[in-house]
Design a binder for this molecule. Structure first.
Ligand SMILES: Cc1cc2nc3c(=O)[nH]c(=O)nc-3n(C[C@H](O)[C@H](O)[C@H](O)COP(=O)(O)OP(=O)(O)OC[C@H]3O[C@@H](n4cnc5c(N)ncnc54)[C@H](O)[C@@H]3O)c2cc1C
Length: 291
């Protein structure tokens, strides 16, 4: 199938894009890399009259460091962020997530902002943003505002962004020394959306888990921050018995649904196993402490 007719707008600045969204707010969609939106248009599951393509707005493709944060523009292409030494050094969990997203050709077009704004509960980047307490910057006709990651994801494919708002950038806190991260997931085929995924980042201090951040995909309508596991692990050594307790806590707490691809019971069980693997891998990657 082909999309229904639409008018394509290609603004050169964020202000122009915001003005277009306000003017056509009744029936408009933002176009980023098109890797999720174009299939929806082709199947006519989305039928906007207006498309606002962000591809010409250079300011949205900035990737920069501040003293405390890594700021990723919404239009930074996933493959570029994946290859960025700054991302690897300052947001290791973000770096660990990219290889799990689809295939390289999709990551060459798909953007960081597009994945976050799409808010698929099986997607990797929303879980990373939630684990790291990232801050979302939105622009709209009422000005700019910041949205905490815990408030950004409302439910399946739905965010806090209004129809006339644009995601401009996402700010990730810079990782502390002795931090390691891992993203572990299980899917039916390589490159598919995973059935369950676990994003984990740890900071070690004197052999103990000084900071632990864990967020799961595929077990809830939004990324699931596993605070029960984090609390059990914080201040503890990353030993098998501790990890097993945290894994059991996650299995007891998550309430995934059955679907065509997996039962709820399978997802619950795998969630605990992946949590153990992700935290173990993150600990191995944390910078070894000096003796
Ligand atoms: C075969 C296949 C496999 C895939 N597998 C995975 C996977 O395993 N994991 C995964 O995470 N993703 C996967 N994806 C999706 C891919 O990561 C997309 O790149 C991503 O979801 C959307 O990014 P995009 O830049 O292409 O956005 P688009 O498709 O252009 O937009 C997606 C949605 O977000 C909105 N949007 C985009 N940018 C903004 C913005 N700045 N402000 C406000 N709204 C905005 C659009 O209006 C649209 O509703 C897969 C895609 C395909 C085709």
């Amino acid at each position: 199938m082909k999309p229904v007719d639409f008018t394509l707008h290609r603004p050169a600045t964020t202000d122009e894009a915001v003005a277009l969204l306000a003017e056509h707010s009744a029936d408009v969609k933002v176009l980023a890399g098109g890797q999720s939106l174009l299939p929806l248009l082709n199947f006519r599951l989305a039928r906007p009259e207006h498309l606002v393509d962000l591809g010409r707005i250079a300011a949205l493709a900035e990737l920069r460091r501040t003293r405390d944060e890594l700021v990723v523009g919404a239009m930074v292409v996933q493959a570029r962020a994946e290859a960025s030494p700054a991302v690897a050094a300052h947001a290791p969990l973000l770096a660990a997530a990219f290889p799990n997203i689809a295939h390289p050709p999709i990551r060459n077009r798909g953007t960081v902002g597009g994945s976050l704004a799409h808010a698929d509960p099986a997607a990797e980047l929303p879980a990373v943003a939630r684990a790291l307490d990232a801050v979302f910057v939105a622009a709209g006709p009422r000005g700019r505002r910041e949205i905490a990651a815990r408030d950004f994801f409302r439910t399946h494919l739905t965010t806090d962004l209004e129809a006339d708002e644009l995601l401009v950038a996402v700010r990730f806190p810079r990782a502390a020394p002795r931090t390691g991260a891992a993203f572990e997931e299980v899917g039916r085929r390589r490159g598919d959306f995973a059935l369950v995924g676990v994003a984990a980042q740890v900071t070690l201090d004197d052999g103990l888990l000084a900071d632990v951040r864990v967020c799961l995909t595929g077990v809830a309508p939004t990324p699931y921050r596993a605070t029960e596991a984090e609390e059990l692990l914080r201040g503890r050594p990353p030993e098998p018995a501790e990890l097993a307790r945290a894994a059991d806590a996650v299995r007891d707490t998550v309430t995934p649904s059955d679907d065509l691809h997996a039962t709820a019971g399978y997802r619950r069980d795998v969630a605990g196993t992946l949590l153990t693997r992700a935290i173990s891998a993150a600990c191995r990657r944390a910078v070894p402490e000096e003796n």
